[in-house]
Design a protein around this ligand. Structure first.
Ligand code: CMC
Length: 433
């Protein structure tokens, strides 16, 4: 929403000035709208890493990083985690409001009717090495969906967008579970639409045809919770990647594949895998002080994985919820005193009282505990980020859809400050030094 207030910039040594309008959202910092500044002053803005740039207007997710608040469409994450379920949250993110009973049922059926993959997609898996990382398989197979579902590629048709959204949310768990099955040489398990979304994922992941697989309700509840917590997180790297790819008019399957690639990095979704590796490497509580000294020695490029966040300068609310769920799951599974959890709790305690982390406002983020709970639930470390991708697909799709439906949408095309060589003539090979 535009505001009556303005910010005025005057270019030193000239009489050029730009009166910049302010915009206010429902909550959060106001922004100033710099779109006309280049035309008026001939200047671009410089913000590598986009730390001070609102790249779009969005009605989906709100984060107050100073306080540690996360809301989907205005609903606090704590309430959604306690009272909702993943498919209801998907409806909320995509449509803006919680569904009534009938809308919820229709939506659930709409998603669950799309869980199967085109049978020919099975053959894609054979092209990968058995030790392929599940995220590598997901980048490839999700991108390949665009070669199979030509009937929903028209991004300007609302019905096509709706079907593509269903297809993506429904098929990504099947793709992820099959990536795992392929890696361990077990037969692919087909989806079961009579199960909930979380149950179906556990079934496709853990079941084998040789024996009955009984879904543990504690695990399916935990799976559903993990999915809710990861469903969206406003304009993070992978979401911005999806928006940027989508701004060109690329089809939604290609855009989500781009999001998966962006999520893979250890600074983003790959951190849950990196946390487990870090805890295993530390090995024992007595090694924590030495490890933290390494982290604080800037020459080492070591980070305390699962700590710090671009937006949260306080506890990530998802970390709090997941830490509690971690205890619940371990208790239910009869795992007494998981050494990695004990180590993580001690590491958190020591880091939170260390000046380095206090001064920089570094707190645990969602990834600090998610790996421990996923490990307890029987997932191998290599699957952690793939599970993040499964949960985040709905957020990516909701953000992509919001962008496409924005009448002012145009291609994302940042500028740069060029610091390379000035214009120079071509030098023939025999004249080069
Ligand atoms: N361990 C040690 N030092 C850190 C850490 C950390 N985890 N995170 C930030 N710092 C330091 C950083 O070196 C810098 O120090 P200085 O001011 O002396 O140069 C200061 O804190 C500010 O950090 P920054 O690098 O400017 O922060 P950023 O906003 O660019 O990076 C981050 C955010 C999440 C990439 C970073 O905190 C990090 O790499 N954390 C570890 C990886 C991780 O847990 N990622 C998951 C993020 S949450 C899940 C998701 O959304 O994907």
């Amino acid at each position: 929403m535009s505001d009556k207030r303005t910010v005025t910039i005057t270019l030193d040594g000239t009489n050029k000035k730009s009166v910049i309008p302010l915009m206010s959202g429902t909550a959060g910092a106001d922004v100033f709208d710099i779109r006309k500044v280049y035309g008026e002053l001939g200047l671009f803005t410089f913000d590598p890493g986009y730390g001070a740039t609102a790249s779009c207007e969005s009605k989906i997710t709100y984060i107050d990083g100073d306080v540690g608040v996360l809301e989907y469409r205005g609903y606090p994450i704590e309430q959604l985690a306690e009272k909702s379920n993943f498919l209801e949250v998907c409806y909320l993110l995509l449509n803006g409001d919680l569904p009534n009973a009938e809308q919820g049922k229709d939506f659930e059926m709409g998603v669950m009717r799309h869980t199967m993959l085109h049978e020919q997609l099975r053959t894609f898996y054979n092209g990968f090495r058995r030790d392929a990382h599940p995220m590598a398989v997901m980048c490839g197979v999700v991108g390949a969906l665009s070669a199979f579902y030509h009937d929903s590629l028209d991004i300007h048709d609302a019905e096509s967008r709706r079907i593509s959204a269903f297809r993506l949310i429904a098929k990504v768990p099947t793709i992820a579970a099959w990536a795992y099955k392929y890696s361990v040489g077990q037969p692919f398990v087909y989806p079961r639409n009579d199960l909930t979304y979380a149950e179906n994922f556990l079934h496709m992941f853990h079941a084998v045809p040789a024996e009955e697989y009984k879904i543990n309700p504690v695990l399916s509840k935990a799976m559903d919770l993990i999915m809710i917590l990861h469903a969206d997180h406003e304009q993070n790297a992978s979401t911005s990647t999806v928006r940027l790819a989508g701004s060109t008019g690329a089809n939604p399957f290609a855009c989500i594949a781009a999001g998966i690639a962006s999520l893979w990095g250890p600074a983003h979704g790959g951190a849950n895998e990196a946390v487990l590796k870090m805890l295993t490497d530390i090995g024992h509580v007595r090694n924590i002080p030495d490890f933290l000294e390494d982290v604080k020695d800037r020459g080492n490029h070591a980070k305390l994985m699962g700590f710090g966040h671009r937006v949260y300068k306080n506890y990530d609310p998802r970390a709090k919820i997941i830490q509690k769920a971690c205890h619940d799951v371990l208790r239910e599974l009869g795992i007494k005193g998981d050494p990695l959890l004990d180590l993580a709790i001690e590491l958190e305690k020591i880091a939170l009282s260390d000046k380095y982390f206090i001064d920089r406002k570094l707190y645990p983020n969602v990834d600090f505990y998610s790996g421990i709970i996923l490990k307890a639930m029987g997932f191998p470390t290599s699957m952690f980020t793939a599970l993040f991708a499964v949960s985040r697909t709905v957020g990516w799709v909701a953000q992509w859809k919001e962008m496409i439906e924005d009448p002012d949408q145009r291609i994302g095309r940042p500028r740069q400050i060029y610091t390379g060589p000035a214009t120079r003539p071509y030098v023939d090979t025999d004249k080069r030094g």
